[in-house]
Write a protein that binds this ligand. Sequence first.
Ligand code: COA
Length: 188
Amino acid sequence: MGDWEVRLIGSGGTTEREAAGIAALLRGLVADGAALGWVAPPSAEEVGALIADLVAGVPAGDTASAVAVAFTAGGDEEVAGFGYWRRYRRPTHRPHADLEELAVAPGRQGLGLGRALLSTLIAAALRQGVEVLTLDVRGGNTRAEALAQKLGFHQYGRLENFVAVGDARHDKLFYALDLRELRGPAAS
Ligand SMILES: CC(C)(COP(=O)(O)OP(=O)(O)OC[C@H]1O[C@@H](n2cnc3c(N)ncnc32)[C@H](O)[C@@H]1OP(=O)(O)O)[C@@H](O)C(=O)NCCC(=O)NCCS
């Protein structure tokens, strides 16, 4: 399967190749029905605008995004995973951030990339002083739920039949990780 690594995307942004790889990853997953919030694959332009917005938020600590890169046998790099969090916009929620996407290429799932991406994003949230990191999972996404639970998230709610995919309705499960507890009293 080859080697891979996870990199935080800095204020310099991604290379064009990485941006194209992230767009292809998200488009492919959504086309296959992945629970990523889109009902139709996002355009490359839409993903480009998302990445630009994420990069713009890096200096202020308002966002963090990470890419998992796999090294092919030929020595090339290909995007195998992507994830990010953004701080909540509402002023009273600004200390907190929401992990809006976490995605691993179908051929590379179950190999630890998701765990490495999420760990990297949690570490970035700790460094940026985020107090509570939230995420939500579509009901039935057992792998995503297992991953969140293993990294310390606890479920704090469920909205039944909330996620609309055409005529189908799925539950939305809410998870949170209180980073103040991880940081400890001395640093809070
Ligand atoms: C959810 C997702 C990001 C997880 O990434 P991944 O690279 O496949 O996950 P990992 O290999 O790091 O495994 C993480 C944990 O998932 C669980 N897991 C792995 N394979 C599993 C399986 N087949 N069934 C149930 N749980 C499984 C394990 O608990 C594993 O923990 P471990 O590291 O202690 O073994 C990935 O599967 C994905 O992109 N899915 C489609 C998009 C999606 O649903 N995103 C989540 C939105 S919140």
